[in-house]
Design a protein around this ligand. Structure first.
Ligand code: AMP
Ligand code: ZN
Length: 115
C-alpha cells in the first residue's frame, strides 16, 4: 500500500472518515467537501490509481462498487429521483486523489455535460 495515499490510509483506519459501508473489498465514506446534498465516495480497499488501470480482472470489483452505490442510493433516499455516478481520471478529468473512487451524488438535479 502506498503509505502516502489518502484513501489507502482511510481504508486502513489510519485516517478518520465517516464510513457508511465496508466489506472485504469496498468502503463507502461521505465526501469531506460535499458538492450535493448526498455525496458519497465508493472506494476499493486495494490501491488502484484510477480507471486507467482497470482490466477485465476487476470486473467483479466494479460490480461490487456499483451494487454498493445502488444500495446506498436507496438507503439515502435518492434512488427514485435519480443520481449521478462519476469517476474522474487524471488531471483534465478532475482527479485530485490518485486512488480509484466513484462519486455517488444526489439530492439535486445535475447538468449534462458536467462543466
Ligand atoms: P476527485 O477530485 O474526483 O479525485 O475526488 C476526490 C474527492 O475526495 C473530493 O470530492 C474531495 O472532497 C474528497 N476528499 C478529499 N479528502 C477527503 C477526506 N479526508 N475524506 C473524505 N473525502 C475526501
Ligand atoms: Zn491508495
Amino acid at each position: 500500500m502506498p503509505t502516502n495515499c489518502l484513501f489507502c490510509r482511510i481504508a486502513a483506519n489510519e485516517q478518520p472518515a465517516t464510513r457508511l459501508y465496508e466489506d472485504d473489498d469496498v468502503i463507502a465514506i461521505r465526501d469531506i467537501a460535499p458538492r450535493a446534498p448526498t455525496h458519497i465516495l465508493l472506494i476499493p480497499r486495494r490501491h488502484i490509481a484510477s480507471a486507467l488501470d482497470l482490466t477485465d480482472a476487476e470486473g467483479p470489483l466494479l460490480g461490487r462498487l456499483f451494487a454498493v452505490a445502488a444500495d446506498l442510493a436507496r438507503s439515502e433516499g435518492i434512488a427514485d429521483d435519480g443520481y449521478r455516478l462519476a469517476s474522474n481520471v487524471g488531471r483534465w478529468g478532475g482527479q485530485t486523489v490518485d486512488h480509484l473512487h466513484i462519486h455517488l451524488m444526489g439530492g439535486r438535479a445535475f447538468e449534462w455535460p458536467p462543466g
